[in-house]
Design a protein around this ligand. Sequence first.
Ligand code: H2U
Ligand code: ZN
Length: 358
Amino acid sequence: MAGAGSEPFQASEHQHIRYNPLQDEWVLVSAHRMRRPWQGQLEPPVPENIPRHDPSNPLCPGATRANGEVNPLYESTFLFDNDFPALQPDAPSPGPSDHPLFRAEPARGVCKVLCFHPWSDITLPLMSVPEIRTVIDTWAKVAGDLGAEYPWVQIFENKGAMMGCSNPHPHCQVWASSFLPDVPRREDRNQREYLSRHGEPLLLAYGRQEAQRKERLVLANEDWLVLVPYWAVWPFQTLLLPRRHVLRLQDLQPGERDSLAAIMKQLLTKYDNLFETSFPYSMGWHGAPTGSLGEAEAGHWQLHAHYYPPLLRSATVRKFMVGYEMLAQAQRDLTPEQAAERLRQLPEDHFRQRQEKA
Ligand code: H2U
Ligand code: ZN
């Protein structure tokens, strides 16, 4: 077979496929592609002149939202019902299907928006650790409150216009649903199978391995690990997970919430420093199902957050998941080990604050 020479295998030189045991997917790693010519270059960040307060921005304190409600003059976090919800609590059911190829099921739920801070010109990495801790407490509270009724509460943040975020004001969304969505459904099955086969939760075993191997580790503190997963798809994708076995956000102890706020600030500062830009991403939390599904045995679950950032080479050159990714499977250019090494090397003071001092 052509190309199957006697050279020893090197992940950074030789393409190969890697398995994601959490989501039962493969990724094609072809790091040698990073050598191909490219036009993107490291440009200085475009100054974003976002006003701190804009009375016409519906997410700001005191502003009027689409439904006519006036926001309170909030001083920390602010949680409200999304005025354009994708899920509502009482939609009629679609009724029985008349053919196996045309299946529908009822879907109920609620959608909320959580503002992180009263200012529009701030982002999580520029917020203080106590301010981030307040966001974490609000996440835990809403996950618990909506989890009392719904089997899945998805907390997610779309950051940056590149990720389809329509509003610069720092915020995330919370969608609670009466059904278990696809990704958590696969994670549930794979974690359950792993525990029954190996006697230990998948992500607990995985975190311990990465803490020992260190080559994909980006950050660690007494309670938390941040790593570029062995099977990462996005160039600088990371996984944030507790060292201890924790099922859900609402189970985190006060000390673990403080150390989570600290490690999030470190990670997101590194992200911004990578290309000296406000780093775009989609992130979200996954924990054990709740509601009616929360009564079942959930010991196979381990709480974690995924960060999926699209940038590849610079603030202006992103990875597109098109062509081969849409039709075959995910492919990445630099190895997860190379991505982790770059993130490790980055300073933990924010470039904006360095610029202000200079
Ligand atoms: P995104 O930019 O991440 O989509 O978040 C903005 C959300 O805020 C979006 O889901 C909601 C939108 O529906 N929103 C309101 O609920 N009320 C408004 O008056 C404007 C925006
Ligand atoms: Zn997950």
